[in-house]
Structure formats: C-alpha cells, structure tokens
Design a protein around this ligand. Structure first.
Ligand code: MG
Length: 290
C-alpha cells in the first residue's frame, strides 16, 4: 500500500525546538537584565507570567505585556531601551540554533519530487510556527501547515498598538507570511484530539491506511495515527533532550507550554500506546512509503 500523504509534527520532529528555545529565551533575558538593571529572577518571573497566560514562550510581545513595562513611563522609550536589544538577542540565538535535523531538508525534497504531499500538524500557535518554517525554508517544501490559533498585537488602554512601527509595517506588507498555506485550527483540536488529522485527511481526500503520520510524541502523534488507522511512525530521536537542557527549560518555560511543543520531554517509561515504527532519523520515513 503506497503512502499518498505524509502528516508530520514540527517541534522536535523537523528540528529541535528545545535546542533553540532555551538559548534564545536566555539570551533575551540577559539582554533585558543588561538594559534595565533588574534582577534576573524578576525578569524571568515576569516573562514567565506572560508566557503562561498565552501558553507559549514565543509570545513575541511578552515584554510589553509584562510587569516590567509598568516601571517605564511610556512605550517609545521602553521599546528602544529594552525590547529592541531583547529582540536582537533572541533573533541572533535563533539564527544560530534553529536548524532542521540533518536529513529533514533532503527527505522533504525527495518527497516533493515523488509528489507525496507533506502536511505539518503542530500544536504551536500560528505566528511562531509560521516564522520557524519560513526561517528554515521549510515552507518551500511543505504542502501546508495546520496550527493552533495565532496571537494578535497587544494594545494599550487607549487602543494604541504596543508594537514597534517596523513590526506593524512588516505585518501589513505580509513579510511574516510563509509561502505555503498556514491554517489555524480551533484550540480544542490540540493533539491528541484526532480532529485536526481528520480534517487533513478529508481535505486531501485520502484513506487513513494511505497516510503516514510521524512525530516525536507517543501520546500525541502516535496516538492520533493509531486511533484513525494511519501508519504511525515514532520520531524517537526528538525525545533525546539532555538533563541540562531540561533543567534550563524548566526555569524559563512552564510545564504546560513545554508539553505543547515538546510533549515527549515528559513522556518516559511505560506508555499506554506502543508505536508501530520507530525511526532514528527523519530520512527513514522514505523506507516506509511502500
Ligand atoms: Mg513535537
């Protein structure tokens, strides 16, 4: 039975989300500490509070919504003195550490040549998910991306946008848009709900048995594949996170957020679900196409 559609998870399946988010948020925190002179613990706690509210530590407007902002007289100076250096620090770390796993680009290229559509299904919110695939050029290789709902720009009490003018302009010009369609699913479609996968199968008009689902979470990716009768492939390599990174992640990220991006970080020992196939690099899905 040849596979007609591949549905792929993103975080810790196509690239290591953990290896990028830890140094990027830490670099941002350091930049804020340097700019404000506030204690590190205070900066971390105020950011973590905003992240928790938005259930994402990639919420790009965390600083202007944090309690740190209340200590500045107005947005303009806070934006210049604090946000800008923090954005730069985050972006520099992202450039350095956000990379696809070794065989991912080649594998997606081969699938494209073979005309097997590859649709990403992620529990990340739209904005950071779209940014990540665009920055790594994966939007050229993926057929479509299904995400959780995105964020909107924060506004002050008078309705004025609390966002740097260049960000607003880029948004208007569509510079944050990926080249493939990015579709927001309702919040309650978060995996292990099978509704997102079901919608993809309907959209592409394929039977579950002709679909390969790959991901690093047994509880989410493997579970939804098995529930609908797709071929489930466990990207086991995505679960290898060092104790050191786990500890650093716990400081900057609440468990609920980490679970959304890299659920497998907390999955260990006995599982209710047993994966049908395990792979140690992404390229091995090519051997399973039939
Ligand atoms: Mg994942």
């Amino acid at each position: 039975m040849p596979i007609r559609l591949v549905v792929t998870d993103m975080d810790n399946t196509l690239y290591s989300w953990v290896d990028y988010i830890v140094p990027a948020v830490e670099a941002m925190v350091d930049a804020v500490v340097r700019a404000t002179g506030f204690q590190r613990i205070k900066v971390v706690q105020s950011l973590k509070a905003v992240y928790t509210k938005y259930e994402s530590n990639e919420y790009p407007f965390a600083l202007q919504e944090s309690s740190l902002f209340t200590e500045f007289p107005e947005f303009g100076s806070f934006d210049k003195l604090v946000i800008e250096p923090a954005r730069m620090a985050f972006a520099e770390a992202r450039r350095k550490y956000l990379k696809p796993y070794k065989t991912v680009v080649d594998t997606l290229g081969t699938l494209k040549e073979r005309r097997v559509p590859v649709v990403a299904l992620t529990d990340a919110p739209k904005n950071p998910a779209e940014q990540r695939i665009k920055r790594m050029g994966l939007d050229q290789l993926l057929t479509a991306v299904y995400t959780m709902p995105g964020f909107t720009f924060p506004a002050g009490p008078d309705g004025e946008a609390l966002v740097a003018p260049d960000i607003l302009q880029k948004e208007v010009k569509g510079e944050y848009r990926a080249s493939c369609p990015v579709i927001e699913l309702p919040r309650e479609f978060e995996k292990p709900n099978v509704a997102g996968l079901k919608k993809i199968l309907q959209t592409y008009g394929v039977q579950p048995k002709d679909v390969l689902v790959v991901g690093d979470s047994v509880k989410k990716d493997v579970a939804i594949a098995q529930e609908l009768g797709c071929l489930d492939v466990f990207a086991e390599y995505g679960t290898y996170v060092s104790v050191e990174y786990r500890e650093r992640l716990d400081i900057i990220s609440s468990n609920a957020i980490t679970r959304r991006h890299a659920a497998s970080v907390y999955e260990s020992g006995q599982q209710q679900v047993t994966p049908s196939r395990r792979i140690s690099n992404y390229g091995q899905i090519l051997e399973l196409l039939g």
